[in-house]
Every structure is written in C-alpha cells, then in structure tokens.
Design a protein around this ligand. Structure first.
Ligand SMILES: [Zn+2]
Length: 212
C-alpha cells in the first residue's frame, strides 16, 4: 500500500480523511454542516477534483462527521453507506432540524431515499476499484453505527474511544478494538485530536489484556 496517499482535512477540531492512489480517492467523514467550503478548498490545494472521489464513507452519523454529506453527494460524490448505518441518518436530520443546533440553517438534510446501502463486501470492491486495499469493520462503542476503515497498516476509527481507555470495561468498544487488533495495524487515525497515533497504545493494551 506504499502508493496510498492519506490527506487530512481539519475543521473545528474534527478530522476527515482523503484516502487514495493519486487518481481516485475515498473520503472518510465530511465534517460539519458548515465545513463544505473548507473541504472544497482543501481538495483544491491537494489537486483533487470531485470527479476523482469515488465514494464517501461516514464513521458514524453525528453532526461533526456527516454534516456536509448532502452537499458532497450533490457534487457527485457517491455515498458508501452500510445497511446498519441507515437508521442513524434520520437521527442526524432530526438533530439539525432543531433551530438551536443550526441557527444559520446551513445543514442540508440527507436524502435517505437516494442512498442504496451496501454490504461490507461491496464496499471492499468499491475501494478496490480505486486501488485501495481496504476493509470496513463494524466497530460500535461510541455509537452503534460506527465503522472503522482498515487500509494497509492504518485504521481509521472515527470516535471509537481510545484503546487504552476501554481497558477492562468489557463493553462494545473493547470488543471493537479486539477485532481491529486482528489486523497488522501500525497507525490509528482518529476523528479528533492528533491525526494519528502509532500502534504503541494498542500494542500495550493487547499485551496486557489479550495474552492472559
Ligand atoms: Zn465526533
């Protein structure tokens, strides 16, 4: 996966990722409802046209991760949405429908009727079509619609609570990290804070909790 490029776009303390092979890309998340102009100029800066973006993955449908979804779709970016994520889109539309959550009325509701959800296998095929050896895992813990994307030795986890904070709680997040740890990961990309962390944290957690 040495030719895979990862660009980060940050707005209001939230990261989204542009992942691809210099010709085609996928997006992992799309920030806030007022982030579209930031996304647009960042893509331009990286020399990436909307026509090169073959899909949009959403880590989970919270306001800071899926806010610019509909605008991107209107610019030709095809959603890659897992079937278990679909019910959560309604929650997001309802969230922004409250005037206190979007005083400037900038959010464009996501048209669920235009989205054809895919299976993880279909998503993998779509990723392969743009040269990405990727895999999508269902990784609940922060929310039930959370997905993680594995690309080579990197994992994009959205808001999955950090591995070291899930230790010993036996909850969904711990189980999700367990699944991620089956892959040969060296970098963890989060949606907030530092762009990525090296594997040290998860390795430490594995050593303490998976070997006994
Ligand atoms: Zn978040």
């Amino acid at each position: 996966m040495s030719n895979t490029k990862i660009h980060v776009i940050t707005h209001k303390r939230t990261n989204m990722y542009v992942i691809g092979n210099n010709e085609k890309y996928v997006l992992y998340d799309c920030l806030w409802h007022d982030s579209f102009s930031v996304i647009k100029s960042a893509l331009k800066e990286h020399g990436i046209a909307f026509t090169q973006i073959i899909g949009l993955l959403i880590s989970h449908f919270h306001p800071d991760h899926a806010g610019s979804f509909e605008l991107l779709r209107q610019h030709g970016v095809a959603p890659i949405i897992l079937d278990y994520q679909m019910p959560h889109i309604k929650w997001l539309n309802n969230f922004f429908a409250k005037p206190k959550n979007d005083p400037a009325r900038q959010y464009i509701p996501i048209k669920t009727e235009l989205i054809k959800p895919v299976t993880a296998d279909t998503a993998k095929e779509i990723l392969r079509s743009c040269g990405i050896d990727g895999k999508i895992l269902q990784t609940p813990g922060h929310s039930d619609d959370s997905i993680s994307l594995i690309v080579g030795d990197s994992v994009f986890v959205g808001d999955l609570p950090r591995a070291e904070t899930t230790v010993g709680f036996g909850g969904k997040a711990e189980a999700s990290w367990c699944e991620i740890s089956d892959y040969n990961i060296s970098k963890i990309y989060y949606a907030h804070g530092n762009t990525y962390e090296d594997i040290a944290a998860i390795e430490k957690w594995k050593a303490e909790h998976l070997d006994d």
